[in-house]
Design a protein around this ligand. Structure first.
Ligand SMILES: Nc1ncnc2c1ncn2[C@@H]1O[C@H](COP(=O)(O)OP(=O)(O)OP(=O)(O)O)[C@@H](O)[C@H]1O
Length: 275
């Protein structure tokens, strides 16, 4: 583990070595007013995510999962209730988060390295430090040898790896991922799940992941927050009783994995046909 990662892990632990709360939502409600009607997207959402924890959010389409991530990022303000990052109320866009979306959204005219370094340019990070960090991430995500390739020369999985490097460049203590592997084929998605589990363990980053896949949610997380249909609220938090380091096939065969997936499927309604 590098010194940077050790520091990140140490700062993730609160007083007396207990993990501090990285993300807190308290009685959050979000309403949208459109020309035609008012929509309550989230109602009474409360959720605490400990520093270094991996929490997945699962729920039916339109229940407010993306809205919840936008609140944490400070891109949206709640109508009522409070959102906190590291104990501090979120009052506007936060620089200390990383965001990965379903589409990698890379700049076609920039190489892999320069797409990753875009984050540094936006944040005016010192060049040498940013280049070192980009190299570290390129190696961590298996992109070595493709630094000078352009997005059209990459597979979908590789493009998402670049997006992940870009999101992690400034070492955000909190990483928000909105259905990041939804557009990938099943095998690539499995590979990305394995890699994300390793990267999460190596960096100690707190992760909030929105996913429609129940198995992905359970494979990756410490806990899965299951939401109801709109107005979305967290109906139950399912604990995933598995070791942090997870072999893919072995994990899927474990009773704890089956217990968690069937509980989530039950909560979401077997008829939804998800996963
Ligand atoms: N800016 C907005 N203005 C008006 N309504 C909005 C806005 N953003 C979201 N909504 C509404 O809020 C609800 C929740 O949207 P959100 O995108 O958070 O759901 P989701 O659970 O992420 O959906 P999906 O799983 O389909 O991506 C939806 O009914 C959506 O139409």
């Amino acid at each position: 583990m590098s010194t940077v990662e050790k520091t990140l892990r140490a700062s993730a632990a609160g007083a007396e070595g207990r993990p501090a709360t990285a993300v807190g939502l308290d009685g959050v409600e979000v309403g949208f007013r459109t020309r035609k009607k008012d929509v309550t997207a989230l109602r009474d959402v409360s959720l605490d995510v400990a520093a270094g924890e991996f929490v997945a959010i699962a729920g039916p389409s339109g229940c407010g999962k993306s809205t919840l991530l936008k609140l944490v990022a400070g891109l949206l303000a709640p109508t009522s209730g409070e959102v906190r990052l590291h104990g501090e109320a979120v009052r506007g866009p936060r620089p200390d988060i990383g965001y990965v979306f379903q589409r990698a959204a890379l700049l076609e005219w920039r190489s892999v390295r320069r797409n990753i370094l875009l984050q540094a340019e936006m944040r005016r990070m010192p060049g040498e430090e940013a280049r070192r960090r980009a190299d570290e991430l390129i190696e961590m995500t298996g992109l070595t040898g493709f630094e000078d390739a352009y997005p059209h020369e990459l597979s979908g999985g590789m493009q998402q790896r670049v997006a992940l490097c870009r999101a992690l460049l400034h070492k955000p203590p909190v990483l928000l991922m909105d259905e990041p592997f939804g557009a990938l084929d099943a095998l690539t998605r499995e590979q990305m799940n394995l890699e994300l589990n390793r990267i999460w363990r190596e960096t100690g980053t707190t992760v909030l992941l929105v996913t429609h896949s129940i198995s992905e949610a359970v494979y990756l997380s410490n806990r899965v927050a299951v939401m109801s249909a709109r107005p979305g609220t967290v109906t139950e938090i399912v604990d995933v009783d598995l070791p942090a380091e997870r072999d893919y096939a072995e994990t899927l065969g474990r009773q704890e994995f089956r217990d968690a997936t069937s509980r989530i499927r039950e909560l979401l309604g077997a008829a939804s046909g998800e996963d």
